[in-house]
Design a binder for this molecule. Structure first.
Ligand SMILES: [Fe+2]
Ligand SMILES: [Fe+2]
Length: 409
């Protein structure tokens, strides 16, 4: 049974939530607190999975409460439920909350958001890792792209399109901007996976405030390690993104699906970035084991830390509220057969990842065999694989140009 805590100073609102969520009582144990003090006492008494809090409350306000929860119970997924008039206040809490919902919130999106946050626990069960990932406020960016964004934002003639284009070349900045733009707080109707669209929808003033004052981006200070160099990881991520995008285009998928394929490709190894940034000593051990056992890094990760970079990355993107299709793709990009849904973006990125690393015929055959092969076959991929390989060959020839300007879409 998952535990969910709601905090709001308005008794009517809490009553409304109680009624609205009664149908979930067999799945969730729910508690309701009228203020921050009561919420903290409830959290001290037993472990919770998710907290949903109001921002403007007398006494301890939402910012203070979220700060305390972050320090005292970092593994809890923190969701803000607030009114639009509190936008200024909410901007200040970027990084304190994982997701934002806007009042009034309809029952379906509230239930879906909480249910997704609860189900992410199935991806990882190590409390230490969950805690470390839940504490992440931003992901490190490639230093050259970070300074490009800063320069563009600070320049009087700075262009939003240009900022979006630079962001769409960086894993860390893309993940962060999509977390913000997809939060219901900004009231955008659909899930967005294209950073150029994302910054245009947020608008210049909000993006400036987020980047320059709130400092939602940060740059990587180390070059990585033998486990994975940051520049190599970046090149691999962007080529996987370009391959996935070009395959989706070749298959004449909708523009949303093409954007999804690009972004899922760019983000698929975000867990490696997290491991490099937060657990450099573990990375070294993973590398040694993979070397001595001649196995994949993700197999060594599974043995040493009980999970993989795929699941670690998916957990973060999940608590940040990115689209289900992207989170699933990241979670299962080495093992699509473990995914219960038929996710064509996952199948595409699985192959784009292999094609961008080891495009030999024997590798592709291996990738298309066994349980993973069966998963791919539901989309009739074996008939298309040679076309896909040709698409990726072509993309890799134009990769140098594309690396300069890989706008999704
Ligand atoms: Fe990977
Ligand atoms: Fe990869």
């Amino acid at each position: 049974m998952k535990r969910v805590l709601f905090v709001d100073d308005e008794p009517k609102l809490l009553d409304g939530l109680r009624r609205m969520l009664r149908v979930m009582r067999n799945d969730w144990e729910m508690e309701f607190a009228a203020d921050g003090q009561e919420a903290l006492a409830i959290l001290d008494a037993k472990p919770f999975n998710v907290v949903v809090t109001d921002m403007r409350m007398p006494g301890m306000d939402g910012t203070e409460l979220l700060n305390k929860i972050k320090d005292l119970h970092p593994q809890v997924v923190r969701i803000v439920l607030s009114g639009h008039s509190e936008k200024e206040m909410v901007l200040k809490t970027v990084g304190l909350a994982h997701q934002y919902l806007s009042k009034p919130c309809d029952a379906d999106s509230l239930k879906a958001t909480i249910a997704r946050a609860c189900s992410l626990r199935n991806l990882m069960d190590d409390e230490g890792l969950i805690q470390a990932v839940s504490e992440i406020r931003s992901l490190p960016s490639l230093p050259s792209l970070y300074s490009e964004v800063m320069k563009e934002m600070a320049s009087p003639g700075g262009s939003l399109n240009r900022v979006g284009e630079i962001i769409s070349r960086d894993t860390g900045m893309s993940a962060k901007i999509l977390q913000l733009v997809n939060s219901a707080f900004f009231g955008l109707p659909t899930r967005i996976s294209n950073p150029v669209r994302a910054v245009n929808l947020l608008g210049l003033e909000t993006v400036k405030a987020l980047v320059l004052s709130v400092k939602i981006f940060s740059e990587f200070s180390r070059a990585g390690s033998n486990y994975c160099r940051i520049d190599e990881l970046w090149k691999h991520s962007i080529s996987t993104a370009l391959y996935a995008r070009d395959i989706a285009r070749e298959e004449k998928r909708s523009q949303d699906k093409i954007d999804d394929a690009f972004m899922a490709g760019l983000l698929h190894d975000v867990g490696k970035l997290i491991l490099l940034d937060k657990f450099p000593e573990k990375c070294q051990k993973i590398l040694e084991l993979a070397d001595s056992e001649k196995c994949h890094a993700w197999e060594a990760e599974q043995r040493l830390i009980g999970t993989t970079h795929a699941r670690i990355g998916a957990y973060l993107l999940g608590i940040w509220g990115l689209s289900e299709s992207i989170v699933e793709t990241v979670a299962y990009h080495h093992s699509p057969h473990e995914c219960v849904e038929a996710n064509l973006t996952l199948a595409t990125v699985y192959l784009a990842n292999i094609l961008s690393k080891e495009p030999s015929t024997s590798n592709l055959k291996k990738a298309m065999s066994g349980a993973n092969g069966e998963y791919l076959e539901q989309f009739g991929i074996s008939d298309r694989i040679e076309t896909w390989r040709a698409v990726c060959d072509q993309a890799s020839q134009g990769e140098d140009d594309a690396l300069q300007d890989p706008v999704c879409g």
